[in-house]
Each structure stands twice: as C-alpha cells, then as structure tokens.
Design a binder for this molecule. Sequence first.
Ligand code: 13P
Length: 245
Amino acid sequence: MKNLIAANWKMHFDVKEAEDTAKRMASTIKFNGIDIVVCANFTHLDRLNGIFNAGSIKLGAQNMYFEERGAFTGEVSPLMLKAVGCEYVIIGHSERRHIFNEDDELINKKVKSAIEHNLIPIFCIGETYDEREKKQAFSVIERQIESGLRDVDIENVIVAYEPVWAIGTGVAADMATIDKMHNFVRPFVDDVPILYGGSVKPNNAEELAHIENLNGFLVGGASLKAEDFKEIIEKFTKIKGEKYA
Ligand code: 13P
C-alpha cells in the first residue's frame, strides 16, 4: 500500500511566501519511501513547479473544473494543471462542498475528469458536527463515496477522510473515531490509500500513524511551516515508513 502525506495550503500564501516555504521544504524534505505532495493555489503552481521539479516533492492543485476548455469564466481545467506540472488534485474538499455548494454529482464529474487526464484525485469525504450528532456519520460517508466515486476506476484514487468538525480546530478526531471511520471506508475502496485530515500536527502525527487503515495525512495549518510539515512526515514514517514503504 502506498503511503502519502499531502499539504493543503488553502488560500494562505502570497506567491513569495509560497516560494520561500517550497524552497525550505525542497531543501529539507528528502525522499523517504512515501509520496509527499504540496497542493497550492492556482496562481503559484507554475513557480512551485520550478522549485519542486528536480526533487521528491510532487505538486497538486486544490480544485479543478471537469471540462478541458470553453466558456467557464473563473475555472481551471485539468489540461492547465497538467501543463504546470501537477500530478495530484484535491477534489470535494469540505470547504468546496460547504462554502461553494459542490454536490456529489459535480464532485463525481471532477474525479472522473482528473483520472482521464492522468491527475490523481485526492477525494475528500467527511461528516459535519451536526451529522455526527444525528448519528448520520456512516450514512453520509457512504453516500459521499458511492456518489462521488460512481463509475470511477478507484485504483487511481486517494481517499481523504476529513471530519469537518476536526478541521482547523487544533484538535484532531480521537483515535477510536478515526479507526472506526477508516475501517468503515476500507471495504469500499480496496487497496486505495486512506488519508486522515483534521488538525494533524507534529505532536499528534506519531500517535495517529498507529491507526491500521490510515495511509497518510492531508495537512492544512501545520503544512504552512516547512519545519512542522517535515516533522509530521518524520513522525509518520517512524511508524509506517519501513513497514509499508
Ligand atoms: P487543518 O490541518 O488545518 O485542520 O486542515 C485540514 C484540512 O482541511 C486539510 O485539507
């Protein structure tokens, strides 16, 4: 099973900050048997491609549209992402689902289009606090997987379980919950890596890495500092690196 740790920089850096952080990452993070991906803003991808080009860090986008070209003002196509060196693209992040009203059908089109264009989708799923309170966590996850991955060749997908209530709070979901949710997701996606996201930090990465069906992380806030991101990678590989690499 491939392990992977991805940074989601969200809408945080200007281009200079992105370049500086990318350079620090490129010079300090060495190949260690797992895939490392940085998902940056569209406007920074071309520059970052130049920085990551020769190294072991791969480039990803945070979103895309499913069409190749046309009258879709404000959108970015898979061809455009490929042209600036992207290998990965986050699809269906909870912020896209909840702030920008992306539904399962649109997400499914994006996942399929990414794969058709040789981009690896990091397909995000996760329940909200309200859904968990109403005991709907499993049914929501099941619906997101079944609709989002309908007619998709899943061997080309990475799944990221990100409970919405643990994103950006500083407190990750507890081990038992993540274990239960990843075990629930596993039969739907066979050998596909399942990442966890939601307040992953240097101080909890090692403990979280012990979860059996957890094959890496999708890291938001803590990926904005090269040193913290590197520490998360080291803590993870200490537990899973040799065994799974
Ligand atoms: P945080 O790590 O900041 O909680 O963000 C998680 C996330 O949304 C990654 O996609």
